[in-house]
Design a protein around this ligand. Structure first.
Ligand code: SAH
Length: 253
């Protein structure tokens, strides 16, 4: 097998949401560098590979990016087939592009393999259609977390009329809420907060823009979670259950 680096998306967590191409890459791998959010169940496809945890919760507290770059380069230069396995899709808040460029600049053969990104998986697993016909004409994927001090154009997001899918938002709920309200989004805009999407322990909390911080606290929402903000977040089974419970309460009272 020729030496190369596969930058592979492992999907949101459910091992059955892995692509066939990801499975092929894993079968060919000599070395697998695995991120935190990857479900280790997928490693059944590479029983003979050397597996190295490089995520924040892996061996080291936070493996520096430069170290991961050098590790990939070292193994591929030894003639090994390296799989860099990332949660979701490697190119959605996953540094896939950066890593591919860095390796290609050094003459390494690189192949990127899509994964199902957590935002799309989470919505679908809750029965939310991000582009529900007649309700939403688009989706915007954003992160509330930046390394520099750059800020998002919240007003444009609030007024875009597209469904917002927010990654890495759990610790930023107060800012997200305030900024979207200040940007003109309606206080009763539906919000779905989906924790551990696609895993058997997935949980979802339905709320509104105004109440999301309070509801998330009561629900003890934890990372990893994605937020779906928009009219489409009022759909799906949990929303239906909530409506049925409320009407039962009104009738009983
Ligand atoms: N490349 C990944 C995203 C990495 S950023 C992807 O495409 O999915 C990490 C963030 O992704 C987390 O903070 C969380 O917001 C989201 N995330 C990843 N896995 C998740 C899961 N199973 N359920 C909910 N959110 C998840």
């Amino acid at each position: 097998m020729s030496a190369k680096v596969w930058l592979v998306g492992a999907g949101p967590g459910d091992p059955e949401l892995l692509t066939l191409k990801a499975v092929r890459a894993l079968r060919e791998a000599d070395v697998v560098l695995i991120d935190d959010l990857v479900n280790t169940a997928v490693l059944e496809h590479c029983p003979n590979a050397r597996v190295i945890a490089v995520g924040k919760r892996g061996g080291c507290r936070s493996t520096p990016q430069a170290f991961i770059h050098r590790l990939m380069l070292r193994y591929v230069r030894q003639g090994k087939c390296v799989v860099r396995l990332k949660g979701g899709d490697p190119c959605i808040f996953g540094r896939g592009g950066e890593e591919a460029d860095w390796l290609r600049e050094r003459g390494v053969d690189v192949e990127l393999v899509n994964g199902i990104t957590a935002g799309l998986a989470g919505a679908t697993q809750c029965g939310i259609s991000l582009t529900l016909r007649g309700i939403s004409r688009g989706v915007t994927l954003v992160t509330a977390h930046t390394q520099d001090d750059s800020t998002l154009n919240w007003q444009a997001l609030a007024q875009s009329g597209t469904t917002l899918v927010v990654y890495m938002g759990v610790a930023k709920l107060p800012e997200i809420r305030e900024n979207l309200l200040a940007g003109g989004m309606s206080a009763d805009m539906p919000v779905a907060m989906i924790e551990n999407a696609s895993l058997p322990w997935q949980r979802e909390c339905r709320s509104t823009l105004a109440s999301m911080q309070r509801d998330a606290a009561a629900f003890e929402l934890k990372s990893p979670a994605i937020l779906v903000i928009g009219a489409v977040a009022a759909y799906g089974q949990a929303a239906l259950d909530q409506t049925l419970q409320e009407s039962a309460r009104v009738q009983a009272g």
